[in-house]
Design a protein around this ligand. Structure first.
Ligand SMILES: *Cc1c(COP(=O)(O)O)cnc(C)c1O
Length: 382
C-alpha cells in the first residue's frame, strides 16, 4: 500500500485530461501558451484571488513572491522552525535571512508570542505556514505584524481549499503560494506552483521574474516596452502540459477534498481510542471562521520510529513530516542554533507520522492501516 497514488484519479478523469492535453498538442505552444493562462483564470475563480501567476514549483513561487513583495538582501523573515525545508530555503534564495520561531502548544502553526520575540530591527516580513489540515493563527500573527510594521506573506503551499472568514489561504496578507507537487491536494504530473495575491504590482513583478524579466501572460504578450528586460529574471514558467492536467484535476478538486475528509473521519474514529496515539487531527477543531482541508493525515504517536518500521514491514507506506526541525538543518547551521532552542518544533518532529490518505485510497485499506496500528500498540502493552 503506497503512501500516495493517483492512478485511479487519472483513470476516472481521463477524458477531461485527454481533452486538455490534446488542446496543447494541437496548439503546439508548450511553454507560456494558452493553457497556463486558462489555469490561472480558473484558479483565480476557485480561490477568489484577484491575481494568480503559475510557475514551475511551489518553492519558486515562494522565492518570487518574497522578491516581488519587497524583500531586500539581508532582510530578516520570521518563519516557523517546523515546516518543509523550502519555507526557509526560499528566504535564503530570495536573498533574505530566515529567523525561526517556535510553534504553538498542541498545534503546528507559528506561535504568535515566539514570533513577536523574534522581531529585530532587521525584520521585514513574517511568513506563517499552513500545515497539513488547517490554517495557522493568522489573526494573531497579523496583529504581531501590524504592531511592528511588517509584511505578511503566507507559505500556503499545502493549503488549497483552506479559508478563514471566507478568504482563501494566501490572500490574508501580501500574497501566498500553491504547490502542485504530485502528492499535494491539487497535484500535477510533475512539479508546479502558483503565486496568489490581491496586489497587481506584486503579480506583475512575479510575471516578470518568472520569465527572464520580461513578464507577459503568454509568449508574444510582452508589456509595453516590448522585449526590454526590466529586471534580471529567471525561468520559472509552468509548462502547458502541466497546466492542462491541473485544469482537469481542478474540475475534480471539490470531490477530492470531500473524499479526503471522509477518509480522515474514518481514521479519526478508529485511532482516537488507540493507546500510543497521542492525538488525531480531528480531535482539534480548526480556528473559528476557518475550515479543515486534509492534505496530510498526521498523527503524534509514541514510539514513532518503531511504528513506522512495523507498518513498512507490512507493506504500508508512511512519511515523516518533518524529520528535522529547520533550525537544526545542516544548511542553516551558520545561524547558530542548538537542540532545545525551539522545543515544541523538536517534539513535533520526534513524534509525527503521516498515514496514507488520498482520493485513490479504498476504505478497506484505511481500515487495514488502523488494524496494524492497533496491533502494534497492543503488542507493546503486553
Ligand atoms: C510542498 C511545499 C512547498 C514547496 O513546494 P514544491 O512545489 O515542492 O516546491 C513549500 N512549503 C511547504 C510547507 C510545502 O508543503
Amino acid at each position: 500500500m503506497p503512501f500516495f497514488s493517483q492512478a485511479r484519479t487519472f483513470e476516472e478523469n481521463w477524458s477531461e485530461i485527454r481533452n486538455h492535453v490534446t488542446d496543447v498538442l494541437d496548439d503546439g505552444k508548450f511553454s507560456h501558451g494558452a493553457k497556463v493562462g486558462e489555469l490561472e483564470d480558473r484558479l483565480a475563480a476557485w480561490t477568489g484571488a484577484r491575481h494568480v501567476v503559475a510557475v514551475n514549483s511551489g518553492t519558486d513561487a515562494l522565492v518570487l513572491l518574497l522578491r516581488a513583495a519587497g524583500l531586500r538582501p539581508g532582510d530578516e523573515v520570521i518563519v516557523p522552525a517546523y515546516s518543509f525545508i523550502a519555507t526557509a530555503s526560499a528566504v535564503v534564495l530570495a536573498g533574505g535571512v530566515p529567523v525561526f520561531a517556535d510553534i504553538e502548544e498542541g498545534g503546528h502553526g507559528a506561535d504568535p508570542r515566539s514570533v513577536d520575540a523574534a522581531v529585530t530591527g532587521r525584520t521585514k516580513m513574517i511568513m506563517p505556514v499552513h500545515l497539513f489540515d488547517r490554517m495557522a493563527d493568522l489573526r494573531a500573527l497579523q496583529d504581531v505584524a501590524r504592531r511592528h510594521g511588517l509584511t505578511v506573506v503566507e507559505d500556503s503551499a499545502e493549503a488549497i481549499g483552506m479559508r478563514m472568514d471566507g478568504t482563501h489561504a494566501g490572500l490574508l496578507g501580501a500574497g501566498g503560494v500553491l504547490s502542485f507537487f504530485p502528492a499535494k491536494t491539487l497535484g500535477g504530473i510533475g512539479d508546479g506552483g502558483a503565486v496568489l495575491t490581491g496586489d497587481a504590482a506584486i503579480a506583475e513583478k512575479v510575471r516578470m521574474l518568472r520569465h527572464h524579466g520580461r513578464g507577459g501572460r503568454t509568449l508574444g504578450d510582452f508589456p509595453a516596452i516590448s522585449n526590454a528586460t526590466m529586471l534580471p529574471g529567471r525561468n520559472s514558467k509552468m509548462d502547458d502540459v502541466q497546466a492542462a492536467v491541473l485544469l482537469a484535476k481542478l474540475a475534480a478538486l471539490d470531490a477530492a477534498i470531500a473524499r479526503r475528509a471522509e477518509l480522515a473521519g474514518r481514521y479519526d474514529a478508529r485511532l482516537r481510542r488507540v493507546p500510543g496515539v497521542r492525538s488525531v487531527p480531528g480531535a482539534r477543531p480548526p480556528l473559528p471562521g476557518s475550515n479543515r482541508v486534509v492534505y496530510v493525515y498526521l498523527l503524534q504517536v509514541d514510539d514513532r520510529d518503531a511504528l513506522a518500521a512495523h507498518l513498512s514491514a507490512r507493506g504500508i507506506g508512511t512519511e515523516i513530516y518533518y524529520p528535522v526541525p529547520l533550525h537544526l538543518q545542516p544548511c542553516f547551521a551558520r545561524l547558530g542554533h542548538r537542540p532545545g532552542d525551539f522545543p515544541r518544533a523538536e517534539a513535533a518532529c520526534a513524534s509525527a507520522i503521516a498515514l496514507p490518505l488520498h482520493p485513490d485510497l479504498p476504505e478497506a485499506h484505511a481500515d487495514r492501516v488502523c488494524d496494524e496500528i492497533e496491533g502494534f500498540y497492543a503488542g507493546r502493552a503486553r
